[in-house]
Structures are given as C-alpha cells and as structure tokens.
Ligand binder design. Structure first.
Ligand SMILES: [Zn+2]
Length: 117
C-alpha cells in the first residue's frame, strides 16, 4: 500500500471516527446496533481531556487508533527518502479488519454490553 494511500485512509478513518463527517451514527439510528465507531467522538474527546477510563468506556478502539496515529506520525516525520516506513502488510490489514469485526460483533451482544458506549 502506498504512503499516500495509507495517509488518506488514516485521515478518513480519523475524521469518520471522531464524527467530523456526521453528528450521529447512521448505522445506529437505522438499526439500533453499534458500529465500531459508535462512541468514538466522545472517546477521542475524553482521551484528549485525560479521562482515560471514560475514553475506554466510550469506545475501546480509541487506544489502538491513537497508537496507530502516533506511530504513523512518527514514521511519516522520520521517513527517509525512498523508504516505506508506513508499509502495512496485507496479512496485518486482514488481522486488523478481523479485530474490528470481532469488536463490532462483541459490542452488540448482550453479554458484552460493557463494550457499548
Ligand atoms: Zn456507530
């Protein structure tokens, strides 16, 4: 995956995650089910305010996403010419997608209600 494509994905995911593109979750309003981004805006704001426990309660994905943004920023800032520090393997992308899908499934099960925002 090219560097620009990764940066674009990070920007779009971040914008969507913190709710810049919409004020509410369309999936939740239509289906009643939580998507992986539900509670993300609140979690991001709580994380910025230093409320780490509140952020985890709102959306647990805020931590890996914040770590990914930090990692991407550091990799981008320290990038040497003709190298690809932002390379993410196809296998890693599938694992990431599977983890997000599992999180989405779990947070919609009654037994794992603590994952709901
Ligand atoms: Zn949602």
């Amino acid at each position: 995956m090219s560097r620009n494509a990764i940066l674009l994905c990070v920007l779009v995911a971040t914008a969507g995650f913190i709710g810049v593109l919409s004020q509410g979750c369309l999936i939740r309003s239509l289906t009643g089910a939580c998507c992986p981004g539900c509670g993300g805006k609140r979690a991001a704001l709580q994380l910025l305010e230093g409320d780490w426990a509140g952020a985890a309660k709102s959306n647990l994905l805020v931590y890996p996403i914040a770590a990914g943004i930090l990692w991407g920023g550091v990799a981008f800032a320290t990038k040497r010419p003709r190298s690809s520090p932002l390379h993410v393997s196809r296998k890693a992308m599938w694992w990431l997608l599977a983890a997000v899908a599992l999180f989405t499934l779990l947070r919609n099960l009654p037994a794992a209600g603590f994952l709901r925002p």
